[in-house]
Ligand binder design. Structure first.
Ligand code: PLP
Length: 401
């Protein structure tokens, strides 16, 4: 007996971990296997090839690491940089803060560029730093593509333009944990050197695979980078890639089959359709927030995130109470406000394997909760705004046309 059982489905709207589709759950429901049999390397080869497609790279080298986003960060940093290296990193919310903390604990010399939570990375400051760095002391730019704590999406194309404009050789390292496979992300086109994500986000898998993709320039950098690394050392992976056995240690067989099924579903829908679906769900959510008379934590439209919306509550309401009530009363899981915005925002995650009607269920739940906590919402107002948009903009399901 599940002690937290609630009838019907849990409405999981935290911005990761997200819903796992049934075909993926079924694909993972299997026995262990000998990973040295010919079957697992053969499947791994397809996974590595196909993972490149979600990073939009043909030249990158992917690594599938039994870890989380945090481990993927460490893999990206320690393989490409040496202690003392100067890096520029943008602090705009809890996850960029945690990455910066890791960068500092790994003994890099971090230029922290801070913005208000709810704003994007300050790229004017980046331009100034690049312009002033003719000696090329900056070794890497680290940026979180989508700050999950505030629902802010940074403009990566502009970062690349600035690097090119100043002819600056710094490595371009991107946390794509809540963006890759949901938002427009183009590793090759934007000249990203290391991009990373985690399996529990847009890929809709259990937590447990950190996906890291390295450009040829990053692989080259790894040959001289002096940071201590053992488990995360790309050298070991590359050695086993060459041998055609792929794994320097025991992989999770179940997660590999899950990843195969997850990628198959994404390609069946079409990656561009997946991205368009996220854009639709993001827009519908923002229309609902507006109809409720509430504010988006994200301060400008150019930064609006299509994977998560952080909603600011009036000062007389504790947003943690909204999250608690959602779970206790309506079987709805919303994201808490984190750190600086704790109590001030709640988050609606709209990423991964999710559709329009699921989102409407969440929005209806939020309306009832808002009323519960004393906010004068007009029941149905956000749902109506979202419906009006979705009814006009939802295409036929690709496989059913
Ligand atoms: N980066 C971003 C943008 C995230 O949203 C998260 C987690 O939510 C992380 C990194 C850390 O990932 P993990 O919790 O899988 O270690």
């Amino acid at each position: 007996m599940d002690y937290v059982y609630g009838p019907g489905r849990n409405h999981l709207f935290v911005p990761g971990p997200v819903n796992i589709p049934d075909p993926v759950i079924r694909a993972m429901n299997r026995n262990n296997e000998d990973y040295r049999s010919p079957a697992i390397p053969a499947m791994t080869k397809t996974l590595l090839e196909d993972v490149k497609k979600i990073f939009k790279t043909t030249t990158g080298t992917p690594f599938l690491i039994p870890t989380t986003g945090t481990g993927a960060w460490e893999s990206a940093l320690t393989n490409t940089l040496s202690p003392g290296d100067r890096i520029v990193s943008f602090l705009i919310g809890q996850f960029s803060l945690l990455w910066i903390d890791q960068q500092q604990r790994l003994n890099f010399n971090v230029d922290v560029v801070e913005s208000d939570w709810g704003q994007g990375a300050n790229l004017d400051v980046l331009a100034e730093k690049l312009a002033a760095d003719s000696a090329h002391t900056i070794k890497a730019i680290c940026i979180v593509h989508n700050e999950t704590a505030t629902g802010v999406t940074n403009n990566l194309a502009t970062v690349r333009k600035l690097l090119d404009h100043y002819n600056h050789p710094a490595l371009f390292l991107v946390d794509g944990v809540s963006s890759i496979c949901a938002l427009d992300f183009r590793m090759d086109e934007w000249g990203v050197d290391v991009a990373l994500t985690g399996s529990q986000k847009a890929l809709s898998l259990p937590t447990g695979i950190g996906m890291v993709c390295a450009s040829p320039k990053a692989i080259e950098a790894s040959k001289t980078a002096k940071s201590v690394r053992v488990f995360f050392d790309w050298k070991d992976y590359l050695k086993f890639y060459k041998m055609g056995t792929y794994w320097p240690y025991t992989p999770s067989i179940q997660l590999l089959y899950g990843l195969r099924a997850a990628l198959d579903l994404i390609f069946e829908e079409g990656l561009d359709n997946v991205i368009a679906r996220h854009s639709r769900l993001g827009k519908a959510t923002r229309l609902a927030v507006e109809a409720w008379g509430l504010k988006n934590c994200t301060q400008k439209e150019e930064w609006f995130s299509d994977t998560v919306t952080a909603v600011v509550v009036p000062p007389y309401i504790d947003s943690a109470e909204i999250v608690k009530r959602g779970w206790k009363r309506y079987n709805l899981s919303l994201g808490l406000g984190l750190n600086k915005v704790a109590g001030k925002v709640f988050r609606i995650g709209h990423l991964g394997n999710l559709n329009e009607l699921q989102l409407l269920g969440c929005l209806a739940g939020v309306e009832m909760i808002l009323k519960d906590v004393g906010y004068p919402v007009v029941l149905g107002s956000g749902v109506a705004a979202a419906c009006a948009y979705l009814q006009n903009n939802t295409p036929m399901i690709p496989s059913r046309i």
